[in-house]
Design a protein around this ligand. Structure first.
Ligand SMILES: Cc1ncc(COP(=O)(O)O)c(C=O)c1O
Length: 437
């Protein structure tokens, strides 16, 4: 073996096994993998759990392929991750986007509300499924109990992207889990908040509204037939760790977090359940953007993501008391240095209206002939690309939507602030890709 790899990996490559006797088969598990998945399902209260090796992305693609088909109507939170849009391309369903409000002081999106879901179902009675993200990147949760009731009264399944909330089941101080609230299909990105390897995630099913066979079939469409056993072993290990010690580990961490005082305001919108381990601090009072504070803290401290007026930190299993002390000290010294700056003016990030049908579905836009045109000529054209400035990774425009004045202005504002234009064919935004309809 190549010596550098040997030094890096030790004996790990010798244990890079595949579907050998005794190791089961993820495509049709009946042995050790079935047992490990059953432990996870029992611990978090689902009827069945599937290990995923292509992230929550694979689970979301499968959830859509298992519940909606070509031409079916589906209500989709407008703040979803681009993997949900990819699922719509594959399934061919027609989305109606459910809007989200934006906190005017923070310039950050709130989660989808029950009223918006109810209005969507009333306006589109032919809806076949509802897809929401909860918690949001900033750890804010939709009122899932009320939403699940409303969606089930309509006779359709609720799919929840709980990518950032995989740890909620393991301590009572966290918001209610999507499964406990009544969601039918839940996708969790374990590598984000639990102690597993990158790419690992879990898909859960509860109840009878969605077929387990259909989910298995869809997963076998979108996942590799040769899953890496390091990923599967990491999932099993994390499941056991959480079942045995989750409450104790999170109890300790939550205790420390409570004792810290931050010199900047913390985003805690009243009445919205929030993950206590997502720390979003306002940077505008000291005249800094989140991007500027992020740079000042690096390389000692790496935040989760900056925005125009705030910086979000993700606390978790790897966070120690010393790390929190370092963060508090660094923030205090930055505050002392910049507290005489004039505060930043508010950012004009528009709220997304409650129910919007795009000009084309993501699938129609994907298969449509396309061309690139200068940004200034794109007004009212239909986008052929989903552009999700990172951070925060929520699409500003989804393929099939029109480039309105507000979309173009938001893209420009976020670019000026330093956001990376993920999904843009021209990341400099000099040109945009449109559908030739
Ligand atoms: C809300 C949300 N959903 C889904 C995903 C996709 O997760 P993964 O990277 O595990 O595929 C992400 C990734 O950042 C996300 O933020």
């Amino acid at each position: 073996m190549e010596p550098l790899l040997r030094a890096l990996w030790g004996t790990a490559l010798e244990q890079d096994l595949s579907e050998l006797p005794g190791l089961d088969n993820l495509a049709q598990p009946t042995g050790v993998l079935a047992e490990a998945q059953a432990v996870v399902a029992a611990t978090v209260g689902s009827d069945r759990a599937w290990f995923l090796v292509n992230g929550a992305t694979g689970g979301l693609l499968a959830a859509l392929l298992a519940t909606v088909g070509p031409g079916d109507r589906v209500l989709v939170g407008r703040n979803v991750h681009r993997s949900v849009i990819a699922g719509l391309v594959l399934a061919g369903a027609k989305p109606v986007y459910l809007g989200v409000g934006v906190d005017p002081q923070w310039g950050l999106p709130w989660p989808v509300t029950r009223d918006v879901v109810a209005a969507g179902l009333a306006a589109y009675p032919d809806t076949k499924a509802v897809v929401l993200v909860s918690p949001t990147y900033e750890g804010l949760c939709s009122p899932l109990l009320e939403i699940a009731q409303c969606v089930h009264n309509h006779g359709v399944p609720l799919i929840v992207d709980e990518a950032h909330g995989s740890h909620f089941a393991y301590h009572p101080a966290f918001p209610v889990t999507a499964l406990a609230a009544g969601a039918d299909v839940v996708v969790q990105s374990w590598h984000k908040t639990l102690g597993t390897l990158t790419q690992t995630a879990v898909l859960h099913l509860k109840g009878e509204r969605v077929s387990a066979e259909r989910l298995s079939q869809a997963l076998n469409l979108v996942q590799t037939s040769s899953p890496n056993y390091w990923l599967l072993a990491a999932l099993e290990g994390a499941g056991v760790q959480m079942a045995q010690q989750g409450e104790q580990i999170y109890g300790r961490l939550l205790q420390w977090v409570k004792t810290f005082e931050w010199p900047l305001p913390r985003w805690q919108p009243p009445g919205i359940p929030q993950d206590p381990l997502r720390l979003t601090l306002g940077t505008w009072p000291i005249g800094l953007t989140g991007f500027a504070l992020d740079e000042l803290l690096q390389p000692q401290i790496i935040a989760e993501f900056p925005s125009g007026r705030s910086l979000t930190f993700c606390l978790g299993l790897g966070t120690t008391q010393t790390m929190l002390e370092t963060l508090a000290d660094r923030l205090k010294s930055v505050y002392t240095e910049y507290c005489h700056n004039a505060p930043l003016p508010p950012l004009a990030i528009p709220s997304i209206p409650s129910c919007q049908e795009p000009a084309l579905s993501p699938r129609e836009a994907y298969f449509c002939p396309q061309r690139s045109i200068p940004l200034r000529a794109a007004l009212n054209e239909i986008s052929a690309e989903t552009i999700a400035p990172y951070p925060p990774g929520i699409p500003t425009v989804i393929a099939g939507e029109r480039f309105t004045e507000s979309v173009i202005a938001t893209l420009q504002t976020l670019q000026e602030l330093g956001a990376e234009m993920v999904g843009a064919s021209d990341p400099t935004l000099q040109t945009l890709r449109i559908c030739k309809v």
